[in-house]
Design a protein around this ligand. Structure first.
Ligand code: ADP
Ligand code: ZN
Length: 761
């Protein structure tokens, strides 16, 4: 049962009793009606977590609605008890859950599960407790002396308490006296100390201090943008979402900060979403520093927190002890009340889309939540998604622009290097690094090293060589479970699959034709590092990718060294593309701009432009003008050309024409139906069956493709097929898909998934 069906059970309550419609938690995704017993009638509200009887069991459930009547009235069982008095879901979040369920074709139950962090779901209220000990009075001196002889540990506890002004927690005392807990009783009994239980917050920012910052005086552009945001904040009731299109360094964050300050002044709360990868300590620090007078009222939610920290941060919001929440995707479900503003920074980022069920897009959910909570929604980006840009163009969103950097400097100079020419010349660079470092880039790095300025080299691909192919038969060595070429990681001498992580020794001859001539092709960051070290033997170099950075602190330390100019050059993947601000970096090299461009996706050009603009934003943030060198085999592609002139709007216009002509988003919605399974024929058959059923009674404007193997036809040992549907109107299409899914039985060992508004194909 995919979507849950209402059902109900026995005994008869008196007629005046109200009824609660609840959503069961746990495996059964059902909505049921229960009578509210008299003793709970004033306490149960929408969102309460309750215990209900079901058959012979008791189950947890969430109250979705309070009703005066039910089709099953007279046969309803009663709610047994409260699980938690305070509702786990605000009324706004429950409404939002219903919207998400309907839009993304999932059950409300699944959405409610997603809305709570796992630690909160599994063990709500599992706080770390500690004993707080206080010295009430000291024993008279002679008694103290006796104690020192008779019970030295007890005397020691009193001494410690004396030395910390009469109070300490048990865990503090245990640092000196590990067995302290066992000897407290006599001290309590004698009336010398008291003990009370306290909660210990697991605070991710414990021991960190933040230097307060003051609001900056706005530039005229910022002032104009802020005035519009502030006018929206003053409007009671619904306002249009605002798209803040501002180039890197134009001071978007300052606008966010002052908008939040205004919301707080008026007693509201603020929610800030940032892509996980940009949620660096520096980002959080900026907020903590500006609101340092209430930095304990800032909650943070992201995946680097421990379960315990996440639990406590969530409860901090839940118990109304936070009024600013900063987080990644799932923070959109933070149970804040009195929401005044939701800010989505880097709104174009594909990582706002969840890649498992429910496949929601946090930016779109933010817009809907804003509508429900009647608060301001502010989307910011240097390269807005074409969806949001079109919404601004057609007036659904308000568009605000920041086109100048706050420091008045011009954007970095962008040079395009045509790598096809570089190949032909074949000079300067040795054969080993042909196609990796162009002459232009090499010269640019040399001059930075001479001037003691810093360089970032960017390549979104790990490993040494990206493929190993046979010169005789042309076969490429692929992962056996995933249909992609395996990447050579030279340091560990293994071929690695970047999808499933499986590893194998590089073979010495072709596994297909058994000829020995295997050729390595393509390059990743590992090989770039080798080449750069070879060419610049005296430069201080580091590589930043998931192979070299295993722990969170490693990245922080490395970036700190880079900032302190203990390194001249770093080579990295997208780990270094976002949000980093190094004043001494005057050169950024993009080693292969075509990686994103060659993706089989209608968004390939959009992604390339976003990446180039993003990476270019890392150059020239300080006193000296920056330079960006972009190496590409497609120098004339629109993404490369428009990014060169930092002309986002020109790009958007041209790209939108294409999208319109070929019926792609934002002019249509896409839904992908996908199947996967161990048996190829079964996986394909499942999708063919659905395809056939979908054709019957297909709503009018729907474009439907044929089932086809995914770009990665096999992953993790499962064969994968997909079917693309497009329609200008999403609702009729989704209703049709839902009907077909519900009424079609599919082979048991095939998994069918669907993705509404996917961000990649
Ligand atoms: P964005 O988020 O658009 O990339 P930031 O908000 O990070 O831009 O601002 C870039 C830099 O400019 C930051 O160092 C910030 O402190 C500074 N800045 C922002 N607004 C102003 C202002 N009005 N006056 C001076 N400096 C500013
Ligand atoms: Zn694999």
């Amino acid at each position: 049962d995919l979507f849950g069906t209402p059902a109900a059970a026995a005994p008869a309550p008196p007629s005046h009793v109200r009824i609660a419609r609840v959503q069961l938690e746990g495996a059964a995704a059902m909505e049921l009606d229960y009578a509210i017993p008299a003793h709970l009638k004033d306490e149960i509200v929408v969102g309460s977590r309750v215990m209900v009887p079901l058959q012979n069991r008791r189950m947890n459930a969430v109250v979705l609605e309070l009703l005066d009547d039910s089709p099953h009235r007279g046969r309803l069982k009663e709610i047994a008890s409260f699980v938690a008095k305070r509702p786990m879901f605000t009324p706004g979040l429950l409404k939002l859950a219903r919207w998400i369920a309907e839009y993304y074709l999932v059950s409300v139950h699944t959405v409610l599960r997603t809305m709570l962090p796992q630690a909160v779901r599994d063990k709500p209220g599992s706080f770390v407790m500690d004993s707080h000990l206080r010295l009430l009075r000291e024993p008279p001196p002679e008694e103290f002396e006796k104690l020192r002889h008779k019970a030295p540990m007890q005397a020691r506890v009193l001494d410690i308490l004396r030395s910390c002004r009469g109070e300490a927690t048990l865990s503090q005392i245990r640092r000196d006296l590990p067995r302290a807990a066992s000897i407290l009783k006599p001290l309590l009994k004698a009336g010398w100390i008291t003990r009370s239980e306290v909660r210990v917050e697991r605070d991710p920012f414990q021991d960190e201090a933040f230097l307060p910052t003051q609001a900056l005086t706005f530039t005229p552009e910022q002032q104009a943008a802020y005035a519009r945001v502030s006018a929206a904040l003053d409007t009671s009731g619904q306002t249009r979402p605002i798209l803040l299109h501002g180039i890197t360094g134009s001071g978007k964050t300052e606008v966010y900060l002052q908008a939040i300050a205004r919301v707080l002044e008026r007693g509201g709360t603020a929610l800030v979403l940032v892509p996980e990868i940009a949620l660096t300590p520096q980002t959080i620090e900026r907020f903590k520093a500006r609101f340092s007078d209430r930095s304990d009222r800032i909650a943070v939610l992201h995946s680097h927190l421990s379960d315990g920290e996440r639990h406590d941060e969530w409860f901090k919001i839940h118990e109304d002890r936070a009024d600013i929440v900063i987080g990644a995707r799932s923070a959109i479900f933070a149970p804040l009340e009195r929401l005044g503003i939701i800010i989505v920074d880097e709104e174009h980022e594909p990582s706002f889309k969840q890649d498992e069920t429910p496949r929601y897009h946090a930016r779109d959910v933010a817009v809907v939540r804003g509508g429900i909570e009647k608060c301001v929604v502010l989307l910011g980006s240097a390269t807005p998604s074409l969806e949001s840009f079109e919404n601004a163009a057609n007036g659904k969103y308000e568009l605000l622009r920041l086109m100048q950097r706050t420091d008045g400097r011009t954007l970095p100079l962008i040079r395009i290097v045509d790598m096809r020419m570089e190949r032909r010349k074949g000079t300067g660079t040795s054969v080993a690094n042909a196609g990796i470092l162009s002459e232009k880039l090499r010269a640019a790095i040399t001059s930075r090293l001479e001037k003691k300025e810093q360089t970032i080299l960017f390549l979104n691909r790990r490993g040494f060589n990206t493929s190993m192919a046979c010169l005789a038969c042309g076969e490429t060595i692929q992962c056996q479970d995933c249909s992609i070429p395996m990447t050579l990681h030279k340091h560990e001498n293994r071929l690695v699959c970047h999808v499933c992580g499986s590893r194998r020794l590089p073979p010495s001859k072709c596994p297909f034709c058994h000829e020995p001539g295997l050729k390595l092709a393509g390059f990743g960051t590992e090989r770039v590092e080798t080449v750069v070290r070879e060419v610049f033997p005296h430069a201080r170099i580091a590589r930043v990718d998931t192979d070299t950075i295993q722990r969170k602190n490693q990245l922080r330390d490395l970036l700190r060294d880079f900032r302190a100019q203990k390194l001249d050059l770093i080579i990295g993947t997208q780990m270094i593309a976002k949000g980093l601000d190094f004043p001494n970096v005057t050169l950024v090299g993009v080693l292969n701009a075509d990686l994103a461009l060659n993706l089989p996706d209608f968004r390939a050009a959009e992604r390339t432009l976003q990446l180039l603009v993003q990476v270019a934003g890392r150059a020239g943030r300080g006193e000296v003008k920056g330079e960006v060198v972009v190496q590409t085999y497609a120098p004339h592609s629109p993404a490369v050309q428009f990014s060169r002139h930092n002309d986002f709007e020109g790009f958007a216009q041209q790209e939108l024409e294409q999208r319109r002509a070929f019926h792609y988003p934002p002019y249509t919605h896409v839904v992908i139906l996908a199947s996967r399974g161990k048996h190829q024929t079964m996986a394909e058959f499942a999708l063919q069956t659905l395809h056939r059923r979908l054709l019957e009674g297909l709503p009018e404007d729907v474009l439907i493709g044929e089932p086809a193997p995914c770009a990665m036809a096999k992953a993790h040992g499962q064969f994968r097929y997909q079917l693309l549907l497009r329609a200008a109107k999403i609702r009729p299409l989704c209703r049709h898909i839902q009907q077909v899914l519900q009424s079609t039985s599919l082979p048991a060992d095939v998994i069918v998934t669907w993705d509404v508004d996917p961000v990649s194909l």
